[in-house]
Design a protein. Structure first.
Length: 123
């Protein structure tokens, strides 16, 4: 294995914005679901980066027909999808949490449930 080629791949890796976004998105998804604990995100990101760099070297030597730019573009698309899904899941959680909080605070109109509103009208 030629060290010059590996160093060239590492330089390319440093320029892959799509891969960086994907790794950040994966770490954030893992944080949301409790896999990544507070204060350990940097270690997870570094580990994922090492795996991806190893895969890029592997692709360069064993599957040279796949360009690194293509892989970066695919990673960028996947990162966008992951962040959209994570945003949606977070909106679901925030919405239900806000409704529960307003109900507990017994704020008129905002803190009412449909069943309570129906009961009030029937009295």
């Amino acid at each position: 294995m030629d060290l010059t080629i590996v160093l060239g791949i590492l330089v390319q890796f440093a320029q892959l914005a799509g891969v960086a976004a994907l790794l950040a998105a994966v770490v954030n998804v893992f944080k949301y679901f409790g896999v990544v604990k507070d204060g350990t995100a940097g270690s997870w990101y570094a580990a994922f980066s090492l795996v991806v760099m190893t895969l890029l070297v592997y692709f360069h030597y064993f599957i040279p027909t796949i360009g690194i730019e293509f892989l970066d573009a695919q990673a960028a698309i996947l990162a966008k999808i992951l962040l959209i899904v994570l945003g949606y899941v977070m909106q679901l959680k925030v919405g239900s949490g806000t409704a529960s909080t307003l109900k507990e605070m017994q704020i008129p109109v905002l803190g009412a449930s449909a069943s309570e509103a129906t009961l009030l009208k029937s009295k």
